[in-house]
Design a protein around this ligand. Structure first.
Ligand SMILES: C[S@@+](CC[C@H](N)C(=O)[O-])C[C@H]1O[C@@H](n2cnc3c(N)ncnc32)[C@H](O)[C@@H]1O
Length: 246
């Protein structure tokens, strides 16, 4: 298991410092960068005795492997990877589970955006297959704007088996598929549910699709054949939110 990670971006680091400051080992800030958005971050970091170094843009770009660091980057203790057992433990203590399954999303920007949507919608956890999916990379954390630090991400070895275990606990699984006959807006999304989304190129895998209790489509009027997975995720989750609060 990885022991340390790099996290960058103001929102991502703000979330780590607010939720688990003990994870931050050391921070680097862009030399000459002195704006109000960074000050509170640096103050919290200083309270926890985190060493803060000023450095060049080039050094930050290299450490981040990206230019999207917003002038701040940290070396952090890696979070524990959550698995099937952790998911079952979550179900035990959750009265009305609201879960998101991502069946093989590989683009870190899409996973980051899905985590951001999941957090905003109040999803209890996101489930991904361990293989053929992007994990919690620094780009995912940056794009998730802090959601990667608070939304549990369960990486499971056999997604179909996990889906069966969810169903045995009373969770109804709705797969989002553009070609499904049933309209998402007519589906009942009020009870204990998991919404399953497909991968960028191939959509839901056959076994995942067959493991769903029902399939639903987001009605579309234009000429494109499908929506981006993070956009579709947002629509599905917030339709569920709309139904669950009304
Ligand atoms: C980019 S799409 C995948 C397109 C892929 N060519 C396919 O055949 O499914 C990624 C995922 O977003 C969701 N999605 C996209 N458009 C949708 C729609 N109109 N209705 C329901 N889900 C949709 C589905 O879960 C889909 O698997």
């Amino acid at each position: 298991m990885k022991k340390q990670d790099i996290t960058f971006g103001i929102h991502a680091l703000e979330a780590v410092l607010n939720h688990s400051p003990e994870r931050v080992i050391e921070m680097w800030v862009l030399q000459g960068r002195d704006d109000q958005r960074l000050t509170p971050l640096l103050e919290i970091a200083a309270q926890y005795g985190v060493s803060i170094q000023k450095t060049s843009r080039k050094a930050l770009d290299e450490k981040a492997g990206s230019t999207q660091h917003q002038g701040v980057l940290a070396r952090v203790k890696a979070v524990k990877q959550l698995n099937d057992n952790d998911l079952l433990a979550l179900l035990e203590k959750t009265e009305m589970p609201f879960l998101l399954i991502l069946d093989g999303v590989t683009d870190p920007h899409n996973l980051g955006a899905c985590l951001r949507n999941a957090d905003a919608a109040g999803v209890h956890g996101v489930i991904v297959p361990r293989d053929n999916s992007v994990g919690l990379t620094p780009v995912v954390s940056k794009v998730a704007c802090g959601a990667a630090e608070v939304v549990p991400l369960f990486q499971v070895t056999n997604l179909a088996r996990t889906m069966k275990a969810l169903q045995e606990k009373g969770v109804w699984i709705i797969g989002a598929a553009g070609e499904a006959e049933h309209d998402l807006y007519k589906a009942d999304l009020k009870g204990p549910i998991a919404i399953a989304m497909g991968a960028e190129d191939k959509g839901l895998r056959r076994l995942t699709r067959e493991s769903c209790d029902s399939l639903a489509s987001i009605p579309m009027s234009g000429s494109v054949s499908s929506l981006n997975v993070s956009v579709a995720t947002g629509i599905c989750l917030f339709e569920a939110v709309r139904q669950r609060i009304s």
